[in-house]
Design a protein around this ligand. Structure first.
Ligand code: ZN
Ligand code: ZN
Length: 310
């Protein structure tokens, strides 16, 4: 690398990507891919299946650039789009590559499964999505789980109270009445869940269905919209937990300390290991009460710890 890049390049990068593309022998592909990632000392989570590949990895600037090049040299992923974040260090503790039947776990039963290349909502760029949100008769559906939406979501979005995507079909059926005749917009972290989610909504009989291409992550990086009207942080499945999206005057914190109600943008995990729930506790309440859901979790944690105490 020349001097100019080394001045501007961050020490590490985090990559997020997916592609729905037929992979004939996922097992062989996975083994080869693991060798590539190990040689580049990447860490993160990658899922390979007959329907494609989905991953998020961290590595040094140089090795992530080499990885992108290697993926672009592979005919399966020659036009893969990468969402790239700078980082100070690895954001994953280890590397995990697995073969699964679905590259993102939606758990739609056999005959309801969707091929996004056949049936999907209309893909909108960040700018088109922002403009569509301003129209009449629009319903914005957060396609993620409740704990992700609690950290941040689009203004006026409906956030289904579900803890896994498997629960989405039931939620949709229960709420179908309210969605009749509306323009339905869906979004998720990087766009992959909406590929099938929006297709599934269409399959359930709704016609005006749109999805945010590239998800919240791309929306936040778009030079025009700059994350406008996304409130809170975007939940990510690595050690950063939450990342900034909104770089405009509409930025705000939507999460609050469970003890005192003050604004608190960061998740912590309840320190009672059997609970480990993700909760919002502000720094001063952490000092006073510890990082616990409440007195019960704290009492249980102290009981567990007691026998070891000398
Ligand atoms: Zn507090
Ligand atoms: Zn707890």
């Amino acid at each position: 690398m020349n001097a100019a890049t080394s001045i501007e390049a961050p020490p590490y990068q985090v990559l997020l990507y997916y592609r729905y593309v037929p992979i004939a022998d996922p097992e062989a592909y996975m083994k080869e891919h693991r060798a590539l990632c190990e040689s580049l000392e990447l860490k993160g989570r990658i899922i390979v299946g007959e329907e494609g590949i989905n991953g998020t990895v961290s590595g040094t600037y140089e090795s992530t650039q080499k990885y992108i090049q290697a993926m672009h040299d592979d005919p399966h992923t020659s036009d893969m789009e990468f969402k790239i974040d700078p980082a100070e260090d690895h954001t994953f503790p280890k590397l995990s590559i697995k073969v699964r039947s679905e590259i993102v776990t939606l758990g739609l039963p056999g005959e309801s499964d969707i091929d996004p290349n056949q049936l999907s909502g209309e893909r909108l760029s960040p700018r088109e999505f922002y403009e569509k949100m301003q129209e009449e008769d629009v319903v914005i559906i957060d396609g993620r789980n409740d704990y992700e939406a609690d950290l941040g979501h689009f203004k006026n979005a409906i956030c289904p109270p579900i803890s896994s995507f498997r629960e989405f079909p039931d939620w949709l059926r229960d709420n179908a009445q309210d969605l009749q005749g509306k323009k339905i917009l869906t979004y998720c972290t990087g766009g992959i869940r909406c590929e099938k989610l929006s297709g599934y909504i269409r399959k359930e009989g709704f016609e005006d269905v749109y999805q945010l291409e590239g998800g919240i992550v791309k929306y936040g990086k778009d030079p025009e919209v700059q994350g406008r009207d996304f409130e809170g942080l975007c939940y990510v499945f690595d050690q950063r937990v939450g990342v900034e999206v909104n770089h405009t005057d509409t930025k705000k914190v939507i999460s609050h300390c469970r003890y005192c109600g003050t604004e608190e943008p960061h998740y912590g995990n309840c320190k009672w290991p059997s609970c480990n729930e993700q909760i919002f506790v502000c720094p001063s309440c952490r000092e006073e009460n510890g990082l616990y859901c409440g007195p019960e979790c704290r009492a249980e944690a102290e009981k567990d710890a007691a026998p070891e105490a000398e």
